[in-house]
Design a protein around this ligand. Sequence first.
Ligand SMILES: [Zn+2]
Length: 129
Amino acid sequence: MRAVRTSGTSAELAVADILRHLKLRARRNVKALPGSPDFVLRTLQLAIFVHGCFWHGHTCYRGARAPKTNIAYWSAKIARNKTRDTRVRRALNALGYRVMIIWECKLKGPDAVAARIARTIARPLAKYG
Ligand SMILES: [Zn+2]
């Protein structure tokens, strides 16, 4: 659902900072690609999504945090998000894009995230998809 996207959140701004620090130019919220990736590095064929742990069902304490009300509603919504995430990843891979998910909880270690981005773009594209 569009309403739950993390567009413009502090998590996204943190990733924008990391990319800037790595001197990587990325386009934001690219609607022309499946799933409207939060960041796209076109020349590197890399699509980056910044995922909220709760909304996308991350296996961390935030993702495991149970909602207090409407439990069935939220768990169905999160399940749908996860299904869509998988579909989007496959569609992007099919277009030749590698996909990187940056979880909100990992942004507490921006250096580690920067290192992961650097490793990802250094890897040959053929390993993806
Ligand atoms: Zn998480």
